[in-house]
Design a protein around this ligand. Structure first.
Ligand code: GTP
Ligand code: MG
Length: 304
């Protein structure tokens, strides 16, 4: 080598050629710039290194920006996140639960970035996010730490411990253990799994994305995890069992909040209400706006 490079430089150069990630490339290029010979004969080499460094940095910045934009998921009112090892069946669940069309494959690390789907259930829009597997470099801790409900997806129950470990920083989210692909098991095996998980007092469910077994129950569990109450309004002139799309409110909500949500600022005109369902003493009970509602109540408002 005519420029008489130091061993440090040659070592950095070797690292650069072996680098797999952009970060590694940038790091070793910085090391090359630091250790490159300073004499005049190496001037063009120095210039060349600086140019490559600048270009690499620019490309890297562009890529991170793109990644950032994709990860900029706006959190919905009710959000649940699928977490698990690779191949556990997360994307298949996203597909049967929501309108999303994820890529599903039997090889590992199929999902490479978070994907959102919406579960429309009992009048609610629930945001469900499919994440790359835990071991992936794109596993998004930010999403995991800020979500309301963690859907712990496993194919075998011995995976549960490590998945729970990887989400332990989120202390507030509800956790639902989902044992999936149960179409592979016979009744006896399913019974054993159920008993083991019951003994551990997990909130769990056995499902199959292939046969849809347990999927409706899972939807109910997910909705239930948000602790919401759903209030239906009575259809004009129809019998009160006929339900429409409910308003969804946090637990402990009163009729005043229901009225605000339905009547948008006109709730002051409401004098009283009649109520049917879990919070009423009898069907059609007349109550005031301070009345605390319960999930599945049906209400009718009166202005005079
Ligand atoms: N028999 C059966 N196979 C399933 C079921 N769900 C998923 N699979 C299969 O399991 C493999 C992995 O499914 P994915 O949904 O892609 O798994 P994933 O957890 O999203 O995988 P990564 O994206 O790599 O983390 C695929 O071959 C699926 O067809 C199921 O309920 N029953
Ligand atoms: Mg996937």
């Amino acid at each position: 080598m005519p420029i008489n490079a130091h061993p440090e430089y040659l070592e950095a150069e070797r690292k650069f050629h072996e680098a797999k990630t952009d970060e590694e490339k940038i790091e070793s290029l910085e090391e090359m710039i630091r250790t490159v010979p300073k004499h005049k004969g190496a001037e063009s080499l120095r210039e060349n290194l600086r140019r490559r460094y600048k270009k690499l940095k620019q490309e890297f910045a562009k890529k991170s920006k793109k990644r950032g934009a994709k990860q900029g998921i706006k959190k919905g009112d009710m959000q649940a996140v699928l977490v698990g090892l690779t191949n556990s069946g997360k994307s298949s669940l996203l597909k049967v639960l929501t309108n999303a069309q994820p890529k599903i494959a039997s090889y590992g690390f199929t999902t490479t970035e978070p994907l959102i789907g919406t579960l429309f259930y009992k009048g609610c829009n629930i945001q469900i996010i499919d994440l790359p597997p835990i071991a992936s470099e794109n596993f998004d801790k930010g999403i995991v730490n800020n979500t309301d409900t963690l859907l712990i997806v496993v194919e075998k129950i011995n995976e549960i411990g490590s998945v729970l470990e990887s989400v332990k920083n989120n202390k507030n989210a509800k956790r639902i253990i989902i044992v999936t692909k149960i179409d592979q098991y016979n009744e006896e095996t399913k019974r054993k799994i159920t008993e083991t998980l019951k003994a551990k007092r997990y909130n769990f469910i056995l499902v199959s994305a292939a046969t849809n077994e347990g999927i409706e129950e899972l939807k109910e569990k997910i909705l239930h995890s948000f602790g919401v109450v759903r209030i239906f309004t009575k259809h004009e002139g129809k019998n009160n069992q006929k339900k429409n799309i409910p308003v969804v409110l946090p637990p402990g909500a009163t009729l005043l909040e229901v009225a605000e949500k339905i009547l948008h600022g006109f709730s002051k005109k409401v004098k009283y209400a009649k109520i049917w369902g879990p919070s009423s003493k009898f069907p059609g009970q007349q109550v005031g706006l301070k009345h605390q509602v319960k999930d599945q109540d049906i209400v009718e408002f009166f202005t005079e």
